[in-house]
Design a protein around this ligand. Sequence first.
Ligand SMILES: [Zn+2]
Ligand SMILES: [Zn+2]
Length: 410
Amino acid sequence: MASTSSQAFVYNTFHEYYTSSSFSAPSITNFSQREFGFFMLKNRSMLRHVGFRNKEDLRIFLSKNVPSDVYRSGAYYEEPEAEMNRKGWLGADLVFDIDADHISTSCKKIHDKWICINCNFEGKGITPEECPICRSKKFSAKTWPCESCLTSAKEETIKLVDFLETDFGFSHKEMHTFFSGHRGYHVHVENMAVKTLDTIARKEIADYMTGLGVTLLGNKKKKVFRGLILSDYGWQKRLKLGLKRFLSNAKKEDLQKAGIKRNYSILLFNKELILNRCILEGRWNSIKGLSNRTWEKLFHHVKNLESSQIDTVVTTDIHRLIRVNNTLHGKTGFKKIEFPVSYIDVFDPFKEATAFNGGNVRILVSDAPLFRIGDEMYGPYKHQVVEISTAAAVLLICKERAKLVKGKNV
Ligand SMILES: [Zn+2]
Ligand SMILES: [Zn+2]
């Protein structure tokens, strides 16, 4: 927990942001039908079931109350301020969340730690579902919004956008893409066709994105996929192109990662034949030594590469609150920010999501890796006092890696 003066510093900096011209309250479709929720800095509690007539009312609320996190419903309600079962659900946008927390990047072993609240057992990397020692499910985790984790999250988002565009036919106009302000990306689809989908229908869509249940082989004893020519639609097309892409570039290590421990050399030496005879002509059993089992492993691996690692819980929850864009993330001080779908390849979260300019702050850093904000590099730091920009200081304090030594030099 940050010290009182560090907390006051974060509060004041957030307050300055919400009262300045650099904050503009976002336009949200059917503003007055949305439920809003806030995590309040002052009493460290959640406030829900709030409604506003328009964005100006929200702006005034934020400048007066300065929450650490601001959320709104993906849903539309008759009465957003009523209790949950009296709100009158009218529909919801289709919302996707891609969070680096759920993607297994190798750098997590370096920058992420978790500790079991029950038995104090600790480990590095992704927080497990349950403690390997006492099976408790409560952890305290220390994570870091690192560049390569965010690049992985962006790659998953690019795949998601392609699913939405190619397989579902949504236009860029109907899709809204955001950086979450911490470790991931959000995509919202606003369209009449999705608005009234129930939880089960949303689960079907989420399963499609993650490739759950995608299978070609059926009964592997019978050579059921002999002669199967993959179509140019949906998952069959994705498997075909994915297989082509994977095998064209695959090295021994890649095939071993796919679970092919023995006959990888057959795959490496017959790439051309495999691409033409098997993938294009559907003669899957035409190369000696490539069994159904090998194909099954390859398809499974390629399916994982081609699917998008969304958090399916977010998509299926029709009452879910999601962070409001242009507002600050309480764990980083970065903004949640919308960017055009077509701009995703070049979008730089560490440049475009920064909210504070100028000022230098002296802080005592306990531990921080090398990181970048804008064009400037910081760290690594270990038990040292440093004087750094407001944005970097807020990030380190919010991530509980630093304490304030002295306020802003103005
Ligand atoms: Zn434990
Ligand atoms: Zn990382």
